[in-house]
Each structure stands twice: as C-alpha cells, then as structure tokens.
Design a protein around this ligand. Structure first.
Ligand SMILES: Nc1nc2c(ncn2[C@@H]2O[C@H](COP(=O)(O)OP(=O)(O)OP(=O)(O)O)[C@@H](O)[C@H]2O)c(=O)[nH]1
Ligand SMILES: [Mg+2]
Length: 311
C-alpha cells in the first residue's frame, strides 16, 4: 500500500478547509466566508481500499492512507498571531510527500497567488495545482487561469474541483495517492484527526462568532476553553465553559447583542453542531472578555494553542 502526508496550502478563503472536510467526510476544520479562518495546522486522515477498474474508477483504485494537513491561508501578517499562522503553513512544505496548492478559480489570480507559488521554488515533492470552486464558473473560464498559472511552478498536475459539491475530488485523491511513498499506514485505521475534543469545541464556537459578525470582529476574536467536563455516564451531558476574547470594550456589546440575543444565538448554533458531532447532549456556557491586543501577546497566543515558530 501507499501512505504519506499531503499539505493543503493557498491563500485565505480558497476553500482549503472545505476541501479537507469533504475528503475526510467529517467537519474537523471550521469554515467561513471571512479570510483567515484557519489559524493552526489541522490533520485529518483517510484510508483507501483497493478497487478493481470500474466505470467509477477506470484505472482502479489503490490501497493506502493519506494524512492531509490543512493550513492557515498565506497572507501578509500584521500581527504576531498572523506570523505564527503563516509559518505554520509554510513549515509543512518541508515535511510532506506532496502538496496541494488550492486556488479559488472564481477569482482572478493576482500577486498574492504568485507569492504563494514562489514559496514552492525549493519544494522537491510533487505539487498539485487545485482549481477550486468550479461550481461557480463556466468551464471556458478555466483555460485562461490555467494559462496564467501554468508558468508559476512546475505543477505535477492541474486538477479542477468543487470542494462544495465534491466534483473532481475523488480524482484528486487518487492522483495524490499515486504519489505517496510505498509503506504501511501512518495512523491506525480509525484515527480521524489530531484535533483534541476541546479544540473542536472552541473552534465551533469561533465559527459561529465568524458567521454572525463582520468587519474587524472576526479577526479579533479567539475562544478559550475554561473548563471541559466529559459526560460521567452514557447519555450524560458534556459541559463546556468558554471565554470569547475580543480586543476592545466596544466589541463586547456586539458579541453579547441586545439583551444577550447575539451570544445566545452563537451558543445555540454551536451547541447544535456539537451535539451532532459528539452524539451527546451539550451544555455550553459562554462569556466575553476584553483582552487588549491579544494578537500581539506571545503568552496569550501560547495559551490559545497557536503553534510557535520552529526556527
Ligand atoms: N461555491 C463554492 N464555495 C466554496 C467552495 N469551497 C469553499 N467554498 C466557500 O469558500 C469560503 C471559504 O472556505 P474555507 O474552506 O473556509 O477556505 P480556507 O481556504 O480554508 O480559508 P482560510 O482558513 O481563511 O485560509 C466559504 O464560504 C466556503 O463555503 C466551492 O467549491 N464552491
Ligand atoms: Mg481554512
């Protein structure tokens, strides 16, 4: 069989986390229409079994395992948090067996995309250019993008997909699997993700904050878990106490909302998702705290679990 690591990199909002979730078949990475949603590396594994040639797999499917590594979108960092985010993404390039560069094909490729491609100069492993969001464009619009991006790197393949509908994703996975080194599985077959349960909870709360707020707030919010109590019996209650951090006093009433309506909405939406994911009842306690300039506070970033620079 074949087994290896594939990192998913690209600009913010390209659809990297949506693609990871679609491949894994579980929502392990939060998604939003705001850029810079993902702040850390998120690993998710998928196992493949051998299949003979069929109309679905004209060349048959190989057996193996891929550990996919979703990363924060690459952008110009203006805070220490963002420096850590970009580092976390770039560092994967030295550690994986193949790379997927995800590009939003419904938007023009610009300087930012050229910059990301430039980071690949010294990458020795195959890099697949993934043109995502093809559900939003006509086929004829793909050709000029391919022409434009073709010269930016020696792509091993160029694969159009829709992470949302799943169009083209199986073909992408088989393309990647064929590039993995021969070897035994890296993780047990039932291993899904490296994300601890408490992180899945804090990220779900953050996703609901992102969905319900705009302007600067999505960028200046973080969620810390204060207490995490697992159910003490089957069918019991998972109790989680969280603090939503914001940067200024003026942001606090926005997250709380009139008579607490906004924080209630955030809590209800998060609780529903978590109950479905953990398959148990969830009690979620949310409070809001102002922590000025936390995005530049290295200790706060450590506490929030944002990966430290390796170099
Ligand atoms: N129409 C369409 N929308 C998509 C597709 N893939 C992702 N999206 C949307 O694009 C937005 C960004 O998706 P994410 O998966 O959060 O993007 P990301 O690349 O992980 O973004 P960062 O974490 O900020 O780097 C969300 O609103 C998704 O629903 C797609 O194939 N088609
Ligand atoms: Mg993401």
């Amino acid at each position: 069989m074949r087994a290896g690591y594939v990192s998913i990199i690209g600009r913010p909002n390209a659809g990297k986390s949506t693609l990871l979730n679609h491949i894994i078949g579980e929502k392990i990475a939060i998604v939003s229409d705001k850029p810079q949603t993902t702040r850390t590396r998120i690993l998710g594994t998928k196992n493949y079994s051998e299949e003979p040639a069929s109309p679905k797999h004209p060349e048959g499917a190989k057996a193996g395992q891929i550990a996919f590594v979703d990363t924060p979108g690459i952008h110009r960092p203006l805070h220490r948090m963002n420096v850590r985010m970009v580092d976390a993404a770039v560092e994967t390039l030295r550690e994986v067996d193949a790379v997927m560069l995800v590009h939003d094909a419904s938007s023009r490729a610009g300087h930012g995309d050229e910059y990301v491609s430039g980071l690949l100069t010294h990458v020795k492993v195959p890099v697949v250019l993934v043109l995502n969001k093809i559900d939003r464009i006509n086929k004829s619009q793909l050709l000029p993008i391919i022409e434009q991006m073709r010269g930016w790197h020696e792509w091993s393949d160029i694969v159009p997909v829709s992470a949302q509908t799943g169009d083209g994703v199986e073909h992408l996975e088989q393309t990647l699997l064929a590039k993995m080194p021969e070897g035994e599985a890296l993780f047990p077959e039932d291993y899904l993700t490296d994300q601890p349960e408490r992180v899945l909870v804090s990220e779900t709360v953050r996703e609901k904050v992102l969905h319900n707020t705009r302007d600067e707030l999505p960028f200046s919010t973080a969620v810390a878990i204060d207490q995490f109590e697992e159910p003490d019996r089957p069918g019991g209650l998972l109790r989680v106490y969280c603090t939503i951090l914001v940067e200024t006093e003026s942001q606090k009433p926005i997250v709380i909302g009139r008579a607490g309506s906004m924080i209630k909405k955030i809590g209800t939406e998060a609780r529903k998702d978590l109950e479905a994911f953990f398959n148990c009842k969830v009690y979620l306690d949310l409070r809001v705290k102002v922590k000025p300039d936390w995005r530049n506070d290295e200790r706060a970033l450590d506490d929030l679990g944002l990966p430290k620079r390796k170099r």
